[in-house]
Design a protein around this ligand. Sequence first.
Ligand code: AMP
Length: 482
Amino acid sequence: MCGVAGVFGIEGASSHVASILFAIQHRGQESCGAVARDARGRMHGHKGMGLVKQVLNEDVQARLSGSTSIGHVRYPTAGCSDELNSQPHIIELDHGPIMAIASNGDLINYGELRQRLEGDGVVFKSDNDAELIGRIIALYHVRDGLSMEEAIARTQRELKGAFSTVVMYRDLLYAFRDPHGFRPLVMGHIPRTGSGEPTSEGTVFASESCGLGIIGARLLREVKPGEILRLEAGKPVVSVSHAPLEPKHCVFELIYFSRPDSQEFGETVYQTRERIGACLAAKDDHLPNGEDLVVMPVPDSSNFIALGYAKAKEAEFGMGLLRNHYVGRTFIKPTQASRDEGVKQKFNPLPDFFPGKRVVLIDDSIVRGTSLKKIVSMVRGAGAKEIHLRIGSPKVIGPCYYGIDTPTRDELIANRMTGEEIRAYLGADSLEWLEVGDFEGLLPGRRKDFCTACFDLDYIYPPEGFAEKTNVPSARAEEAIP
Ligand code: AMP
């Protein structure tokens, strides 16, 4: 998973980009970067491994002067984990840089397209989808003489998979999204003083709307699936073209990945999570309420699901686990031992909270089963009388090919054990998941607009013939769960 940002027509654009990226840091913590266009029309970029506050610090922002800028935070799902794969990419041709590009999402026809381009003599610097997108656009524009818009539109038609993309080209900024709208991308506006016709100036793009408030921008709308937008100084934002296909928004963005204060795919994330909690509670009428019952999230990703559950059940809500926010992502650590250790460092039970309690412990998902195995044993050790696990998503049974980091099919615990075996393995008294059918009620009238392939294998691009994902960290398949 990754996040993108774009700012047009505001002096110090790179500082705004850095602020947006900071707000969407949860989408990628491995590397980040920004490119800006200075008053003389030259592009300057900076990227590096690490977090936004360190990599895009104030000195860097001061060097990246200009009123147009794009940026990116990366969480590797495809390609190696190194600086070359960090974004944005500046695409250079023989006569110099032509454009800068940043994108969120994975392409399923990356290999095929790269082979074709290499056959045409194109040289790649990274294994990254965004560089490929940029090089195809550059080829159509420079070699084939298409206008930039035509080149983007032709590329958009040829790419299969997820891409929410921003491109800086000359004094223009483009934003476009794949025709299924897998990943979010929103447009906002920074209100300007004075009157006059609204123009592109002050327009911003962010993977999530939580990136807008931090720079004083207000949400205008989403970039539509299959849409290409062009921003030009002094002109209104132009929707150059709009060629959508069947919508396939990633439901896991709503369940887990996006920040609860974001609005995307026409939904408000925290409200969807509360509805998920209420849905889980409705199935639990056999679990009696009482003074000893406490509903508790695995913080922070499950807070709103647990809140929704507690509200619906009129049960006590408690934060019995503290999370250390300085521990990085345990999920992508390369070995089972390092993931186990990471979970131990990440959570700590409150003293004197658990004895005598029946705990409804809510998590957003079970993937390999690493976190909950450790957490259940921690909560049991802290004195809980009973532990009832409730999971805010259906069983994860398939990898995501559209930009979310998921282990191989064999590593997914739900493919290795029955529900009862998982409960016993995790050490819980009971275990219930959301079911795929529940999405009908959770997304009324919109169920078919969402991709749920990781839960029901209903892939819009059938994965037969794809190589099983060999994501970074490459060593992560090396040790199997239990
Ligand atoms: P696991 O411990 O392997 O069962 O993974 C489930 C936990 O990791 C849940 O608590 C989620 O919050 C988190 N999680 C699920 N999917 C992802 C993902 N693609 N990237 C990072 N964390 C995830």
